[in-house]
Design a protein around this ligand. Structure first.
Ligand code: C2E
Ligand code: MG
Ligand code: MG
Length: 593
């Protein structure tokens, strides 16, 4: 029998063919390729290495699957002995391909999901961007926590931490000393009330930037809140150096601020304390600077004070005073005194300035200068001004109805010619804060009607500060009040902003030159020249002049020679109680209070 026992249809017996070795070799190579490719792919995928192109991966996978299937179909040839070598190789590759397919299928979605290098790069960039954004957010959060959102200055928390560092350094290094300065804008609430919070905020930003010109890079300026700023002056070798910086700061604040079309002049009060002053905690330094600032404010606006041990107890007293003042307003402890204003040529009383006094139980009379600034600060001035206006108008009506003898007034040793009570006028002081209130002209009209008084009986005294904040509005209010017949006096002229343009711009009838000029006039020729120039300018503009605080005959004579119309001062009379004025109007001598 031939070696070929049976040749299936479509096949030939290759074993005896010369190409059998070549055939087996090619089959083997293909088989090696079949299982090396999936193995390599599995290896790559499992290590999550980059697969260059997703499409190539797909092609390989499809190729392997189809080859695997072909070889599965070829297994049947195994039974034929002539095919055993090629059949065995094919079967082996089929098993490996199958294994590859079974292994690859579950990890295919994962492999497909693997990003390409471009995607990876984009992802990386995105991640980096996110890291940058996150850092920015962290920075922003830190900024919000440590910096004031309006002025961008350090806030209280950051300031306290720097202060603590300075305190620690001062404890370690005896040569190192520092100072803390607390800076408060005078009457800022009034600016806010008058100009609105938007402009108030703008002003605060400008105020925050202003001290930088007077400070060094090592110094820290922070906003404590509202209109309060605090400065840490490091390496200040002497209290005198800190004083110089305080003066420099005050000077810097003398320049006007430009807010839209408003030009604003403000003053600030500064409290200073040194690291050499004993303290327990670093926050005590802030408290000390605060007490010094209050002292400075109480003395005058626009100055500075250095902390000393007495100030702390005084700050406590001030708090007590505030409470007492609230009670005094509520319980009617405030009384109106009347200070005569005389015509210098005739010494005849033309008007009485209503000045508020506090009859403090157990302490006697307290002068307005001691509590009016506090009343303005704590918002009580409106009630006080209303009470004074009400009391003065009702008193004037009572005096007008008096059987007035027109006798001479006898005041101390000075004889003042008597006047007809019907010709008497009352001067009412209006706080800048009260001036900013709405409905002021209407309330004047109402009170005049209520007491059946002519507008000519009333003069109002306003200070320059009340006019500057909102000049257009001030002009309108003054014109409305003036239309009632009420005269307008510009009080304390020379102490505030002293813009001479006001005299022309506002409907002012009388300028009251501040007593500091009158009292300094004899010794200081410059003050005399200022008084002379003011009187001349006022007269040129048709404005009359009252000189405040006349205490000597010489002052009276100088002023009369300069043509000043009216005068007021202790030379003529002290402020009088209403009972004392009543007695005088009846022609009876009285004692000053
Ligand atoms: P002012 O309107 O300039 O009042 C004049 C102040 O100078 C008064 O002080 C008066 O007693 C004082 N004075 C008058 N003549 C002389 C003098 O010859 N020598 C000296 N050394 N002083 C003299 P007073 O009463 O303490 O008032 C201080 C300020 O308080 C006033 O200044 C005024 O701005 C304010 N004020 C007083 N009463 C009221 C009020 O009812 N309402 C408001 N808003 N302010 C008031
Ligand atoms: Mg006055
Ligand atoms: Mg005055």
């Amino acid at each position: 029998m031939s070696s070929v026992a049976y040749i299936p249809h479509g096949h030939c017996y290759l074993w005896q063919q010369p190409l059998v070795l070549l055939h087996s070799l090619s089959d083997s190579l293909i088989a090696i390729a079949y299982f090396s490719i999936p193995l390599a792919l599995i290896y790559l995928i499992q290590r999550r290495c980059d697969i260059p192109y997703r499409s190539i991966f797909w092609l390989f996978s499809a190729f392997i699957v189809s080859c695997g299937v072909t070889h599965v179909m070829a297994i049947w040839t195994l039974w034929h002995p002539a095919y055993w070598l090629s059949g065995a190789i094919k079967a082996l590759t089929a098993i490996i391909s199958l294994y590859a397919v079974i292994t690859l299928v579950p990890i295919l979605p994962q492999a497909i999901a693997l990003p390409s290098p471009a995607e990876l790069q984009a992802l990386n960039q995105k991640l980096q961007q996110q890291i940058i954004e996150r850092r920015q957010v962290e920075k922003q959060l830190e900024h919000i926590a440590l910096y004031d959102s309006l002025t961008q200055l350090p806030n209280r928390a950051l300031f306290l931490s720097r202060l603590e560092q300075a305190v620690a350094r001062a404890q370690r290094t005896p040569d190192f000393s520092f100072a803390v300065m607390l800076l408060d804008v005078d009457r800022f609430k009034m600016i806010n009330d008058t100009l609105g919070h938007l402009l108030g905020d703008q002003l605060l930003c400008q105020i925050a930037a202003r001290p930088k010109t007077a400070l060094r890079a090592v110094d820290t300026i922070a906003r404590l809140g509202g209109d309060e700023f605090v400065i840490l002056l490091e390496e200040v070798d002497s209290p005198a150096a800190a004083r110089r910086i305080a003066e420099k700061l005050l000077k810097a604040f003398q320049l006007p601020f430009q807010l839209e079309d408003h030009q604003l002049l403000i003053t600030t009060s500064i409290g200073v304390t040194f690291s050499s002053t004993p303290f327990d905690r670093s926050s005590d330094l802030l408290r000390n600077a605060d007490a010094a600032m209050y002292r400075s404010k109480a003395q005058r606006h626009g100055g500075y004070a250095v902390f000393d041990a007495t100030m702390h107890s005084q700050a406590k007293q001030l708090m007590q005073l505030e409470q007492d003042l609230r009670r005094a307003v509520a319980c009617n402890e405030l009384k109106v005194y009347y200070h005569p204003i005389v015509a210098l040529a005739t010494r005849q009383v033309v008007s009485l300035e209503a000045l508020v006094r506090w009859e403090k139980p157990g302490e006697g009379l307290v002068c307005s200068a001691q509590f009016i600034p506090i009343a303005e600060e704590i918002g009580l001035i409106g009630s006080i001004d209303r009470q004074v206006l009400q009391a003065a108008c009702s008193q004037l009506k009572a005096w007008q109805q008096l059987d007035n003898s027109g006798a001479d007034w006898l005041e101390g040793t000075q004889l003042i010619p008597g006047i007809d009570s019907l010709a008497l006028a009352i001067n009412i002081n209006l706080s800048a804060k009260q001036f900013a209130q709405t409905g002021l002209p209407e309330s004047f009209e109402h009170i005049l009607q209520k007491h059946n008084l002519s507008g000519r009986c009333l003069k109002i005294e306003v200070t320059e500060s009340a006019l500057i904040e909102d000049a257009a509005r001030a002009d309108k209010i003054l014109s409305q009040i003036k239309s009632l017949g009420v005269q307008i006096c510009l009080d304390d002229f020379g102490t505030g902003y002293s813009a001479l343009g006001y005299l022309h711009r506002f409907p002012i009838d009388i300028v009251k030159i501040d007593c500091s000029f009158i009292q300094g006039m004899e010794a200081e020729p410059e003050k005399l020249e200022i008084v002379r120039a003011t009187i001349q300018l006022c007269h040129a503009l048709g404005v009359k002049v009252t000189a405040e605080g006349i205490e000597t005959h010489r002052q009276q004579k100088i002023l009369a020679d300069l043509g000043c119309e009216y005068g007021q001062g202790y030379l003529f009379a002290q402020p009088l109680s209403s009972a004392a004025v009543t007695q005088l109007l009846r022609g009876k001598p009285t004692q000053p209070y």
